[in-house]
Design a protein around this ligand. Structure first.
Ligand SMILES: Nc1ncnc2c1ncn2[C@@H]1O[C@H](COP(=O)(O)OP(=O)(O)O)[C@@H](O)[C@H]1O
Ligand SMILES: [Mg+2]
Length: 248
C-alpha cells in the first residue's frame, strides 16, 4: 500500500476505543482523489465511530494521513483546514432557520478566512439540489427527510471540501429518495469532491461507489471494487438479501 500523490486520505492501523472497549480495530483505508469509497456493515459495526474519529471528533490510535502527510492528533479544525467535511448521522440543521441561512452558515468558515464566494457556492448547491432552491426561504425544520438530507449535504458543500464524509445519508429515507440523494452524491466527482460514504444500505452504496470496505465488529472483513462486491457471494448472502428465502 504505497501513498502516491493522488491519495487524499489514508488510515493506517487506525483504532478507536470507548474506554476499555475497542470499537474500531486496525483499519487500513484509503480514499484517492476523485473516488467514491463506501464503508458498509451492519448496525454496531463501528461505522460512525470510524468516521467520527477520522474527522477528529474522537481520539484514535494509528495513523491518519492527508495528501500523504501524517496528521498528528487529528482535530476537526485540522481536518477542516485540509478540506474535509462531515455530514453526521444526526444532520444537525438549524430547524428555526431558513434553508438559505443554513447554507450560509455552512460557508461561514470560508467567509471568515476572507473568501467571499458564498453566492457562487450557494448557486452550485442549488444546481445540484433544485429542490433546495425552491425551498430556500422555508424553515429547515419543516422539510421532508430527503430534503433535510439534501440540505445537510449542501451545507457541507458550502465549505468547498475536497473530501466529503457522509454518515448513512439513506437513513430513514424512502427507496426512491435514497436513489436520488445517492445519485447526486455520485455526481460530486465532477465537482472535484471525493466521497467517503458510510452506509448500512449496502446495495445502494455499492451501486454508486468505486470501492468498498466491509466493516464487521470494528475490523475490515473484506475490501474490493464495489462492482465486484455486488456480485460476491458472501456480500449477497449477508448484506444484499438476495439469498434464496426458504419458506418457513
Ligand atoms: N459513545 C459511546 N460509548 C461507548 N460505546 C459506544 C459509543 N458509541 C458507540 N459505541 C459502541 O461502539 C460500537 C460501534 O458503534 P457505531 O460506531 O455507532 O456503529 P455503526 O455506526 O456501525 O452502527 C457499538 O458496539 C456501540 O455500542
Ligand atoms: Mg452509525
Amino acid at each position: 500500500m504505497s501513498t502516491d500523490k493522488t491519495t487524499l486520505l489514508e488510515l493506517r492501523e487506525f483504532c478507536v476505543s470507548y474506554g476499555e472497549v475497542e470499537a474500531v480495530h486496525r483499519v487500513q483505508l484509503t480514499v484517492r482523489e476523485g473516488e467514491i469509497v463506501t464503508v458498509i456493515g451492519p448496525n454496531g459495526a463501528g461505522k460512525t465511530t470510524l468516521l467520527s474519529a477520522a474527522m477528529g471528533l474522537l481520539p484514535s490510535r494509528g495513523e491518519l494521513l492527508l495528501d500523504g502527510e501524517r496528521i498528528a492528533r487529528p482535530s476537526v479544525e485540522k481536518m477542516v483546514a485540509h478540506g474535509v467535511a462531515l455530514v453526521p448521522e444526526k444532520r444537525e440543521l438549524f430547524g428555526e432557520m431558513s434553508v438559505g441561512d443554513n447554507l450560509l452558515l455552512g460557508g461561514f468558515s470560508r467567509w471568515r478566512r476572507g473568501q467571499r464566494d458564498q453566492k457562487a457556492r450557494m448557486q452550485e448547491v442549488f444546481e445540484l439540489f433544485p429542490r433546495l432552491h425552491e425551498r430556500r426561504a422555508q424553515m429547515a425544520g419543516t422539510l421532508s427527510g430527503g430534503e433535510r438530507q439534501m440540505l445537510a449535504i449542501g451545507r457541507a458543500l458550502m465549505a468547498r471540501p475536497r473530501l466529503l464524509m457522509l454518515d448513512e445519508p439513506s437513513l430513514g429515507l424512502a427507496p426512491l429518495i435514497v436513489r436520488e440523494v445517492l445519485r447526486i452524491v455520485a455526481s460530486l466527482r465532477e465537482l472535484g469532491v471525493s466521497v467517503l460514504l458510510v452506509e448500512q444500505n449496502a446495495r445502494a452504496a455499492l451501486q454508486v461507489a468505486d470501492r468498498a470496505y466491509v466493516l464487521e465488529m470494528g475490523a475490515v472483513a473484506l475490501t474490493g471494487e464495489a462492482r465486484e462486491l455486488l456480485n460476491d457471494r458472501r456480500i449477497i448472502d449477508t448484506y444484499l438479501g438476495l439469498g434464496t428465502k426458504k419458506a418457513a
